[in-house]
Design a binder for this molecule. Structure first.
Ligand code: RUB
Length: 307
């Protein structure tokens, strides 16, 4: 296995064959682990190269950054010891993703009353974990899924939920305000949570939050603690990924006008009622504590890490 394997894996993240913040994070841990198992010499150097290639794929996914930093925080004297430590950390991170999403489902589903209608945006494993768990517990629920232009991740959500037997209504993104009176809760996932409790998620999320607030519909976020951004505690802001205009309009139009295609937007914390994490359902104001207590190890100086 050469570095080409890492380059090809990074390509899968860039072209969204592997997408969704949690899946991306888990995939990166797996790629680093597999690469580490094959390296014959210059372990630190090779791993650093691989980590950098993966880091430069989707800038907004903080979980990608957190996954890489978690795995790269290995120790040991010899290459063999380092490899062993890295593999152990990668497995721990993968386990963290799996258990966190289940736990979020367990905690979040308690908030859902039988007979309710939930609106979700894009395709979030964590948000869907809450919805599926509520349904599995026997609650009579219905879901409205936005199509989530331009990549239509809402179609994935609609298929995934209807495969479980949950009744789903698919709507265009601009129909949220039209239907808000029929909605009891909004539940979305997260690409990142900043130190001040703001949410970064699929473009359009902040408009939905605004509509929900106006209509007094609770707006909940399902976010594992590795979605919280330690860099924001150090004063950095989250970079919003802008994708290819070709995702939005055909060449004919692209040659006439400028097209902007931000993939994510920011929802300020006062639009968020609750963040459901694997350590509990918390108010957005607690983001600082989550970063400090759960992710503190990533506030070490960069030299102390392997990057
Ligand atoms: C996906 C998206 C999801 C979050 C959370 O965007 O915005 O809501 O990543 O998902 P994209 P999860 O399709 O551009 O990756 O809960 O699965 O991590």
């Amino acid at each position: 296995m050469s570095i080409d394997y890492v380059v090809k894996s990074a390509e899968k993240i860039k072209n969204m064959e592997v997408r969704g913040a949690g899946r991306i994070a888990k995939f990166c841990a797996k790629v680093l682990m597999e690469y580490a198992m094959e390296i014959k010499k210059n372990f630190d150097e090779e791993m650093k190269k691989a980590a950098e290639i993966l880091l430069n794929t989707r800038p907004t996914a903080v979980s990608l950054y957190n996954s890489i930093y978690y795995v790269m925080d290995y120790s040991g004297e010899s290459d063999e010891e380092k490899r062993e430590s890295l593999v152990k950390r990668a497995k721990e991170f993968i386990e963290w993703v799996d258990t966190a999403q289940k736990e979020i489902g367990r905690i979040g589903s308690r908030r859902i009353k039988s007979g309710s209608t939930i609106l979700t945006h894009c395709n979030s494993a964590s948000a869907l974990s809450v919805i599926k768990e509520a349904y599995r517990k026997g609650k009579d629920i219905e879901v409205f899924a936005t199509e989530s232009r331009p990549r239509y991740q809402g179609h994935l959500t609609a298929k995934e939920l209807s495969a479980e037997g949950i009744p789903v209504t698919l709507i265009v993104d601009s129909a949220v305000r039209y239907f808000i009176r029929e909605i009891d809760y909004v539940i979305v996932g997260a690409d990142a949570i900043t130190v001040n409790g703001s949410l970064v998620n699929k473009i359009g999320t902040s408009q939905i939050a605004l509509i929900a607030k106006e209509a007094r519909v609770p707006f909940m976020v399902a976010a594992e603690t590795y979605k919280f951004s330690p860099k924001t505690l150090l004063g950095e802001s989250i970079v919003i990924e802008e994708r290819d205009p070709a995702e939005v309009a055909p060449e004919e139009l692209r040659s006439l006008v400028k097209i902007r295609n931000p993939a994510f937007d920011i929802t300020p914390r006062h639009y968020i009622d609750l963040i459901i994490t694997e350590i509990g359902a918390i108010p957005p104001e607690m983001a600082y504590l989550v970063i400090k207590e759960r992710l503190g190890y990533r506030l070490l100086g960069e030299d102390e890490l392997k990057l």
